[in-house]
Design a protein around this ligand. Structure first.
Ligand SMILES: [Zn+2]
Length: 108
């Protein structure tokens, strides 16, 4: 004859272990997914996925995407650049970009 209370106790224990393992697996999956996303996105453009390239503009190192032309500034770079030319640096940036585009177009 089986002890129904012992069976119930065992079932509850199994249920508890099952829930704990489910939580653990979910946590590990999330960690693995986050790590994978970080690895795959490292040094990649968030807009088009192209590998970004380091460049220097007015002595400030920046990252630029060759795919879409997006530019990334470090935490203090915007402040450094704005201090260098507090009124016109944006204008100069775009003018320099236009010149590069024009010289590329003329060279082709
Ligand atoms: Zn891009």
């Amino acid at each position: 004859m089986t002890d129904i209370w012992k069976e119930r106790e065992k079932a509850l224990e199994n249920q508890y272990i099952y829930e704990r393992e489910k939580e653990l697996i979910a946590r590990l999956r999330k960690q693995e997914r986050d790590r994978l996303v970080k690895d795959l996105c490292h040094n990649r453009c968030p807009k088009c996925g192209e590998e970004i390239e380091a460049m220097t503009f007015r002595g400030v190192p920046l990252d630029k995407c060759p795919g879409c032309g997006g530019v990334w500034l470090g935490p203090n770079d915007l402040q450094i650049l704005s201090e260098k030319d507090h009124r016109t640096w944006f204008e100069k940036w775009f003018k320099a970009e236009e010149e590069i585009q024009e010289s590329r177009a003329a060279g082709e």
